[in-house]
Design a protein around this ligand. Sequence first.
Ligand code: FAD
Length: 409
Amino acid sequence: MAGECLQTRWTSSLLSSGTDLRGPRSLRLATTKLLVDSRSCCRRQIGRLKYSSGRNARPCKLASKLVVAVAGAAEEEEDTVMDEEKKQQKNKNKKVVVVGAEWAGLGAAHHLTKQGYEVTLLEAGAQPGGLVAGWKTASGRSVEVGIHGFWYPYQNIFSLVDELGLEPFTTWTRSAQYSPNGLEVESPIFQALPQLPSPLGTFVYTQFKLLPLVDRLTALPLMYAVIDFDNSDTAWQDYDARTARELFREFGCSDRVYQDAFNPMLLVGLFAPGELCSAAACLGMLYYFILAHQPDFDVVWCRGTVGEMIFKPWVASMRGGGCQFLSGKRVTDLVLNEATGAVTGVRCGEEEFQTDAGAFSVGITAMQRIVANSKVLKTREEFVNMANLGAVDILAVRLWLDQKVPSLH
Ligand SMILES: Cc1cc2nc3c(=O)[nH]c(=O)nc-3n(C[C@H](O)[C@H](O)[C@H](O)COP(=O)(O)OP(=O)(O)OC[C@H]3O[C@@H](n4cnc5c(N)ncnc54)[C@H](O)[C@@H]3O)c2cc1C
């Protein structure tokens, strides 16, 4: 489910729903997984949430800021062994409510629907994706305030659009980075060049136009940290305790390589300067977007708004599969069966939706608001601890240039 593309797995042994979706009628305290993406993993924002992570859990820009999913709703291991039809039969009549219809929520609903669950997707906004879905300007240009670039590691999204028979993307494009001094870095289409063992291709083929070699060489010792950061709990505890800025200093990166190369990368990738992101989030990002495979930095762009090109046909296809999508439904609380500890419903004000399990796919700020107003969640420590997590405010500006602007290079 959506968790495939999430960076960090936060596990809490307390409950979100008591219904074990795998066993008919059997009730148990289910493990909830709190999946938090890198933007939320800033230093000191971790609070006392207990976490665990796997080597494969790498960061993804698409990741939900926060997903609370009920274990058992989509067991990956079972996925591989269980025959599709049997699985659908087994899950029939089991209800799951997914809260929030953006990438994470739509991804969760998509996989749960395919597994035969009776899925209801509740979205506070008027349409799936909200502002991220985008709109057209008066002159017909597409604008959105969220995802527009899709990097090579977004294989889940590329398979999805293939599955839906859509062709929303441009071909692979080259990237460049400008500073006030002019063109700083030019990246080729890495997959078109002879493959070198990772991460050599990244270093050999990237062209630094202004940064002196001596500064670039100061970044080499950082490879130790990239290798050392194996995404284990210990590594997270260690690297999350310092900022990315401290990490670069500690490994001897020059001020210039930080200012001209790494900090702009962090601003684009994690929406925060090195002083505000944890070293762990930074290393995860570098690994995922740049170092794991030679073509990781290759990117395609959506040829229109994500809403028109992807979300609309996606929701239509899910509806065809039985998923119910309801817009204008702001979730305010859960309904708990005190005797069993099981969640039995999701509340939108006075309205209640019965469910056997639920998945929250909303941002940190939205989740904190839900917890603060929820009679059920604000008594649970792991949810209350979400108050320790922070979000980054972003002002998005889009410029269209009507003529070629000469740069210094
Ligand atoms: C300016 C900008 C540019 C970006 N560019 C890129 C890019 O080029 N490439 C990239 O990969 N990523 C990019 N991102 C990041 C990407 O857009 C986000 O990571 C992604 O859209 C997050 O999706 P999500 O499903 O996790 O959550 P969210 O966007 O947080 O969606 C949550 C959904 O839940 C709904 N909701 C909230 N509260 C409730 C409630 N109580 N009840 C019901 N529904 C609720 C909201 O309306 C929303 O639809 C960009 C982000 C920004 C801001």
